[in-house]
Design a protein around this ligand. Structure first.
Ligand SMILES: O=C(O)[C@H](O)COP(=O)(O)O
Length: 308
């Protein structure tokens, strides 16, 4: 007997479909389906598997009259109306275990690039400039790295830093007693006071939206290297650029932006300053996007169907 029908509406590794079918689910893999097409057929499904192609909002959940779960192939749940899903008894599954290694490595990579001026030096050589003094780097050894959000991603970043002989402090508003071999739990005051590096690993919620703004950055005692691999909307990009101008931020690595994708990105008031800054390294939201994580996310997500 079928355990239920799942509609895949995004590009997921085939492992999800294969493993779910092996468990007894009927799975329709429709990676190119539009939201309108999904709305028209979702009433016939017990589960929907999605990345971030479109919002799983009230309208969609109301149309999905027999929906029991949303399987999010990734970590962030910000494209899903969690409160409404809870109200309707629709379970949410996600798979941060699948891309935590990718995110942790990406954050370390960005940090090393920033501390050693690698993008700037590379660009200069391509432009015929050989400047050693202007590209003198900093060492990670002995620095204090502040992590905000100690979930799968924050923990992974801390773990990847082992070996760099850094002092890792972690703050998580919703956790206590989590000090481990890789990080020491601390208060937000300590992060602000001691950090040489700040890395964000929080979900996007009403509490974290625009959390890193002028006022917040003002409190840092030392100039910092700033890394964001979480969500762009957690920061006020203009405030980051202002902090770079006033040397409160030495350099910033941003894998996520308040506005992603073109042409919308190029229309932002801060875009020209962002891409013109030699102190910024950007990547197109690929922190968790590796060949390995593509498969792992689907495997983890299918495994979680067993918890339902
Ligand atoms: O939340 C995540 O897992 C990452 O940000 C990747 O999201 P994506 O599914 O849009 O690639």
């Amino acid at each position: 007997m079928s355990k239920g029908k799942i509609l895949i509406v995004d590009d997921l590794h085939p492992a999800f479909k294969e493993n779910a079918e092996a468990m007894g689910y009927e799975v329709d893999d429709r990676p190119l389906i539009t939201r309108a097409e999904t709305m028209a057929i979702i009433a016939g499904y017990d589960g929907i598997a999605v990345r971030t192609k479109f919002l799983i909002d009230r309208e969609l959940m109301d149309a999905a009259v027999q929906l029991k779960f949303v399987a999010r192939a990734g970590a962030g749940l910000d494209n899903i109306d969690e409160a409404y899903a809870n109200q309707k008894g629709i379970q949410l599954l996600n798979a941060p275990e699948g891309n935590r290694d990718a995110v942790g490595e990406h954050a370390v990579g960005m940090l090393l690039l920033l501390m050693n001026n690698m993008r700037k030096g590379d660009q200069e050589i391509r432009n015929g400039i050989w400047d050693r003094e202007g590209n003198r780097g900093y060492e990670l050894k002995g620095k204090t790295v502040g992590i905000i959000g100690y979930g799968f991603m924050g923990k992974s970043f801390a773990k990847k830093l082992a070996g760099f002989e850094v002092n890792v402090l972690a703050y998580d508003k919703y956790k206590t007693g989590f000090s481990d071999a890789h990080a020491r739990e601390c208060s937000m005051e300590e992060i602000v006071k001691f950090s040489d590096v700040l890395s964000l690993h929080v979900p996007l919620t009403s509490e974290t939206r625009q959390m890193v703004n002028e006022e917040y950055l003002f409190h840092f005692r030392k100039p910092i290297f700033f890394i964001n691999t979480s969500r762009g909307d957690v920061v006020d990009t203009k405030a980051i650029l202002n902090a770079i101008s006033s040397n409160k931020i030495i350099a910033a690595g941003l894998d996520v932006l308040e506005t992603e994708k073109f042409p919308a990105l190029a229309n932002q008031s801060w875009y020209a300053e962002l891409v013109g800054s030699p102190k910024v390294i950007l990547s197109p939201h690929v922190g968790g996007w590796t060949f390995e994580s593509y498969r792992k996310i689907s495997e983890v997500l299918a495994e979680k169907l067993k918890e339902l």
